[in-house]
Design a protein around this ligand. Sequence first.
Ligand code: SF4
Length: 505
Amino acid sequence: MSRRKGGDGRLTAALDPHDQGPQDHCGVFGVWAPGEDVAKLTYFGLYALQHRGQESAGIAVSNGRQILVYKDMGLVSQVFDEPTLESLKGHVAIGHARYSTTGASVWENAQPIFKPTPDGSVALGHNGNLINVADMRAAVEVLPEHSEGRHAPVSTNDTSLLTELLAYHPDSSLEARALEVLPTIRGAFSLVWMNEDTLFAARDPQGIRPLVLGRLDRGWVVASEDAALATVGASVVREVEPGEMIIIDESGLRSVRFAEADRKGCVFEYVYLARPDANIAGRNVHESRVEMGRELAREFPVDADLVIPVPESGIPAATGYALESGLPFGQAFVKNGYVGRTFIQPSQTLRQLGIRLKLNVLEHMVRGKKVVVVDDSIVRGNTQRAQVRMLREAGALEVHVRISSPPVKWPCFYGIDFATRAELIANGLSVDEIAASVGADSLGYISLDGMISATRQERSALCTACFTGEYPVELPDESMLGKHLLEVSLQSPTEGKALPVLNNP
Ligand code: SF4
């Protein structure tokens, strides 16, 4: 599917604004390791998590006396170079790769968010989306520095408000303050944060987004996905538990529970968001996707000549479909893997080419054949319409579309930016009507039960809200939700600039 893909982190929706699929959220990474080059460990950890956010990247490092933060718009490889990483010396670091779910995609909202205070500095990175930002903002406004008019927040995201709340601890430690603040925030949060000498990590009570703990010979690592631990040579210890806070300093590692666990992991991580080599709640993501494809073949068999994946994230499900059905598997779409490595906007003429900027069809693979196209999801339907047209133009006799998740009918408020409800093609159209709309000879979505069963998780332990409308964390009034909620009154005068800085306390 031609859109920003979670599977490889390269394709960018900016190439075609009418063609945005589910937008990824963020990747977080933290390391406490005296004697190691923590900035480089964090860089390579973020590199492994690039698929979770491609708009901005940042690293904060402390040497025990001061925290340095370097962040900018762009991919991890665009933001950092060798001299920059060399300048980030210390033994504790956090890193962040961002896609904006609350707050605009501007430099001021890049993470880690940094807050110097008389009590010590705080740098924080967040994966997820908080839904009680109005309450949080009210709590920030009564902190002394704001209520006395000495300072006004300029950033526009939920993470900045959380950083402000954590950083205010005049009579207690950052750890004690976190135990006060974390139980008051709602929504999805996998967090890493630090002061000058301590690394912290925490996960919301529902464990909506993943977060794992790893061990180095000389330290500890936390990361959004375990694949990032392998990248830096760390062994997996375990997941950070829902409702758990972890503290790592020179005394070692401690764990504190700030809320009872009520597990509701995001099922879409298994479908599309996480890397295929990630393991979430004990289940390998690639195995889940292959099983979803097998289930699709059982639920929606078809008389065809070839099973085609939509690269990259449709490949495991297409493999499963082919294995179960006995039909041949073949790559008929060729993706331009480097098209997303530019921030240059295409001209109007190029934009009209839409999908063809990113995918081509191998005509000899499909000419005269009945084909099954397997992908992970349909959001607006524009992409599938274009793919079906391309396959027919290349000579396919029949095009049958199979989707390894049920119809997406509801927006996500926990860190994934699908589209508004009105834009979702499955909101209002039946499956037959969607098939007609995209021009397919047939269309089959995996059942909800089939998808859940492929994850090997209990249904009660998963969030399925974008498919069912059953939101596991109660939502505030709809008027209080939305990506740009805070920007009406907090517009930054420097919006759009992308300047690297070093923050010193
Ligand atoms: S609404 Fe969908 S994408 Fe969002 S957390 Fe729930 S399952 Fe995941």
